[in-house]
Design a protein around this ligand. Structure first.
Ligand code: SF4
Length: 483
């Protein structure tokens, strides 16, 4: 599909919206009427104060004109709403999130609530202006209400620590994270861990001087359990020595892959103070696991969960993905029921995302994703078993433009997940691929990036410590201090 924009430069939102309906989209900007192709196209002509919108789809033409209301929403939003209605009519299918393209709908709801002071006005805006479905508005409102006390209870000098261990036993076909396989980068692990420990020590010292208060710790990656038990112990011992863990409210370690997580590593994680692990089946089907390049079976996953319980964990998250190649609606439902039967305290349901860096996209594999909405609809069964949605985010290139939602049993909601997704607390990151975000008292956000890959992180480690100084300079500028 080609999208022609005539005399219109502000095109981000309309491009994103058009892409949600028509995946393969080429955008062409011109200042005069173009030669139109014989096959599918969209033509949007800006006439200063009005827009002509035409869509040619499978030989049929559809068109409308928008007269911009100067008292109404932003011009670009008005254009998106009008285009959405035309696309929906022409394709016969709407989008559950309407014209909302942003990744944090709950944050949008909260910001509008701050302005409006009345949640019903915000709900009306979601429904009438953004064209969001009733079901998604309810999801958003439930999460907004559940998060309210957590968000309101935060203080400016609170922070969370993210520790990145960007190695994995193998690369899953849908993965777009910074993660290197142990096979190709195993030789870097020991040096990486030494530097990481130094960065953690430096961060602890600087955070103490800056008067910051550590609330949660999240060790992710990659898969932290991909490193050896001795290296994992080295990192966790460093964390224990550097911070007063008795004051930390939550400490999570991703132990996502059963093919590198055993009882010994889980005991180390528990011994050094973590109280929450994530063990991720993604699916309960061995066929699907094989299709996505995970080197473990469902039986390995069950063994891993049993080991985590044996090690003493009473807060386990399990990630599932809706829309994986070879999966079916029945298969997805079986996976969801399986997590419930295993007594997972958290279940996080992701929708498959087709990112450019993933092997699924690189290999241009042909799959049908038509059933993904039916899979996501199965989440409704979770309420019956006491799970409530507590955080949510959306990503670009997600199949059918759907969302990722964390569900939790009461009292097991992950604070870190809420902080990071809602961007309401400073997060200081250590390790390759880490991004520190300093959140100012007025909600302003400054980002400081570490190197992305382990080799550059090791090679230019002094730059990493200098970047940490930048993080704490920002904290000082915002006036964070001990209370
Ligand atoms: S386990 Fe996670 S980080 Fe590692 S390759 Fe798979 S999706 Fe990527």
């Amino acid at each position: 599909m080609q999208l022609f924009l005539v005399n219109y430069d502000t095109h981000y939102e309309i491009e994103q919206l058009s892409r949600m309906f028509f995946r393969e989209l080429t955008v062409i900007k011109t200042d005069s009427l173009p030669q139109l192709p014989e096959d599918d196209y969209i033509l949007i002509v800006n006439k200063s104060g009005s827009f002509d919108i035409s869509l040619c789809l499978k030989g049929e033409s559809h068109s409308t004109t928008l007269t911009v209301d100067p008292q109404g929403a932003k011009e670009e939003m008005q254009l998106c709403t009008e285009a959405y209605r035309l696309y929906e009519k022409a394709t016969g299918a709407g989008l559950p999130w309407g014209v909302l393209t942003g990744v944090r709908p709950v944050r949008l709801m909260r910001n509008l609530y701050k302005k409006e002071g009345n949640i019903q006005n915000v709900i009306n805006k979601f429904k009438n202006e953004y064209l969001v479905s009733d079901e998604k508005i309810k999801l958003c409102t439930d999460i907004f209400n559940l998060q309210k006390p957590v968000i309101e209870g935060g203080r400016p000098n609170d922070y969370s620590l993210y520790i990145s261990i960007p190695f994995c036993p193998s690369r899953c076909s849908y993965c777009s994270f910074v993660s290197t396989s142990v096979k190709s980068a195993g030789h870097l692990m020991a040096g990486y861990v030494d530097n990481l420990c130094e960065e953690i020590r430096y961060t602890a010292k600087k955070a103490e001087e800056a008067g910051l208060k550590l609330k949660t710790i999240y060790m992710g990656g990659g898969t932290p359990t991909a490193i050896t038990a001795a290296m994992l112990e080295q990192v966790m011992k460093t964390v224990q020595e550097c911070f007063d863990l008795s004051q930390v409210e939550e400490y999570t370690v991703e132990a996502g892959r059963p093919d590198c997580t055993d009882l010994e590593k889980l005991m180390i994680i528990k011994k050094y103070g973590a109280d929450r692990v994530s063990i991720n089946p993604q699916t309960f089907s061995d066929n699907v696991l094989k299709a996505i390049g995970r080197n473990h079976t469902h039986r390995d996953f069950l063994r891993c969960v049993a080991d985590a319980r044996k090690a003493g964990f009473d807060s386990i998250n399990m990630d599932l993905i809706a829309g994986l190649p070879e999966d079916t609606v029945e298969g997805f439902e079986k996976s969801l029921r399986g997590c419930i039967e295993l007594g997972a305290e958290n279940i996080t349901v992701h929708t498959l995302t087709l990112k450019r860096a993933s092997n699924l996209v690189i290999r241009n594999e042909e799959h049908h994703y038509d059933d993904v909405e039916k899979m996501i609809a199965k989440n409704s069964m979770l309420a019956k078993y006491g799970y409530k949605p507590y955080y949510m985010y959306r990503q670009k290139s997600t199949v059918k433009n759907l969302e990722n939602v964390g569900f939790s049993q009461s009292g097991h909601e992950s604070l870190y997940n809420m902080y990071i997704m809602e961007e309401i607390q400073t997060i200081i990151s250590c390790g390759a691929g880490g991004v520190s975000k300093v959140v100012g008292p007025g909600g302003e956000i400054d980002r400081v990036y570490n190197y992305k890959y382990p080799n550059e992180y090791i090679k230019d480690f002094s730059a990493i410590l200098r970047r940490k100084d930048e993080v704490f300079d920002l904290c000082r500028q915002y006036g964070f201090q001990k209370d």
